[in-house]
Design a protein around this ligand. Structure first.
Ligand SMILES: *Cc1c(COP(=O)(O)O)cnc(C)c1O
Length: 438
């Protein structure tokens, strides 16, 4: 499979280059030249019993030119070793639970798959590969977990000091080994800027081999397509169902993967991009003008993104036509107060304990369905386990949310982060001064 850049360059690259460089030099992002179609019989017959089987079949459509089937099956089997159930809350309202992976967030899908694909692609190289990742919360833990112990790869996780939850920081900063946690004095956008600059810095390019693990890496997006297709295999078998999906959105990787699934032939009639008050996409949808703003902290902190990087991919998927985009996607932004109300309503109406991100998506789905009577099945994505946000959730609902026991273990381990200012030269010095990264 070949990839092109959404930037100005016309050159095509292969899978290895797209995955290992992460980002093209022209500042764009990679997308597959051709998005494969789902065979029509899949959707009609819907014969598959497990997420794993669906994932393997989707992965084959993308990787069959580059990897043998047995290798694809290994990668997928190793990465997607947890379920993603579609839970019915009421007739026509369902939640796709994406938090059953090792770090309790949907980012386990992308991070675990990417780690294994990269390890496969560098297995014969002599130089170390440094994977840089900026995180607003959940990406860091998922990437640290996904790459921990992977031969030939170092991971540097940059996160904003004081702006991630305690559990998130533990997940990022306790593994040790080939994972270096970096606590940046600044915001997520500062972390992202440092990573982007490092990747395009000519001095560093000569001495340190680097790539990115943000949702800008195409190998993180593709495995997120798996669970959108899996939604279909879990729905009741009817000839035609009018489906709408609400996605809690930050950097827009999750939404982009959904739109790619739709391009593959998944019959979704409407998308809701539900955000917190970091609403650059929503304002674009409403006005046709994209005006990013610095991010503001909220209780759904993994969506505190002021300038979502995957926006470029969405524009590209629609040929930059605002009309086409708003035909498929509606956007709504919610305050923390509205998010808390949605958490409360989920609990009162369905005894369902959501997390702040899923609650934003739930509210988005309600508003979408109220305005569009065609929708027969509404699905919202629950992207994190509520126990990752106990303070917020327990303020709203009268129950304690407990952490699965496998997470209790890391809560007792020490944080080992490196502190860093948000000046690029300090980050560059760190990268060039240590032999670890060469
Ligand atoms: C990262 C994240 C999001 C936002 O996903 P994007 O792909 O960045 O839009 C939503 N919810 C949770 C829990 C997350 O970790």
């Amino acid at each position: 499979m070949k990839f092109f850049s959404t930037g100005s360059s016309r050159a095509l690259v292969d899978l290895r280059t797209a995955v290992l460089t992460g980002m093209p030099r022209d500042g764009g992002l990679y997308l597959p030249v051709e998005i494969p179609r789902l065979p029509a019989t899949w959707i009609e017959e819907r014969k598959a019993d497990t997420l794993l089987e669906v994932s393997r079949r989707v992965a084959e459509l993308f990787f069959r030119d580059d990897l043998p089937p047995a290798r694809i099956a290994d990668l997928v089997g190793d990465a997607i070793n947890f379920p993603a159930p579609l839970v019915e809350l009421a007739p026509g309202i369902r939640v796709l639970e994406l938090f059953h992976g090792p770090t309790l967030a949907f980012k386990d899908f992308g991070a675990r798959f990417m780690a294994r694909l990269m390890a496969h692609l560098v297995k014969d190289d002599s130089r170390k590969l440094n994977v840089l990742v900026a995180t607003s919360g959940d990406t860091g833990g998922a990437v640290a977990n996904g790459f921990f112990g992977v031969e030939g790869i170092n991971v540097l996780v940059l996160y904003p000091a004081g702006k991630v939850s305690k559990i998130q920081e533990k997940q990022i900063a306790t593994p040790g080994g080939n994972i270096t946690p970096i606590r940046v004095k600044g915001t997520f956008d500062d972390c992202q800027r440092l990573v982007k600059r490092a990747l395009s810095d000519p001095v560093l390019a000569g001495s340190v081999r680097m790539t990115s693990a943000n949702s800008i890496n195409i190998s993180r997006l593709i495995p997120q397509i798996f669970y959108y297709v899996w939604i279909f295999f879990q729905l009741p078998r009817r000839r035609e169902i009018k489906i709408a999906v609400s996605v809690p959105s930050g950097n827009l990787g999750n939404l982009t993967a959904g739109l790619m699934a739709q391009k593959m032939g998944l019959p979704v009639i409407r998308w809701m991009a539900a955000t917190n008050i970091n609403d650059s996409l929503v304002r674009y949808l409403n006005s046709g003008r994209y005006q990013p703003r610095p991010s503001v902290p909220t209780i759904s902190n993994a969506m505190d993104v002021g300038d979502p990087s995957n926006f470029q991919r969405i524009l590209e998927l629609y040929g930059h036509r605002h009309r086409g985009i708003i035909r498929d996607i509606q956007g709504r932004a919610y305050t923390d107060g509205e998010t808390r109300q949605a958490l409360g309503e989920l609990y009162r109406s369905y005894r369902y304990i959501g997390d702040p991100h899923g609650a934003v998506a739930y509210q988005g789905l309600r508003d979408l369905m109220n305005g569009d009577p065609r929708i027969e099945e509404g699905i919202f994505l629950e992207t994190a386990h509520p126990a990752k946000f106990p303070e917020t959730v327990e303020q709203v609902i009268p129950e304690r949310v407990s952490l699965p026991s496998r997470l209790n273990r890391i809560m007792n381990q020490p944080i080992r982060s490196v502190n860093l200012s948000c000046r690029f030269t300090d980050f560059r010095d760190l990268l060039t001064s240590s032999s670890l990264y060469r």
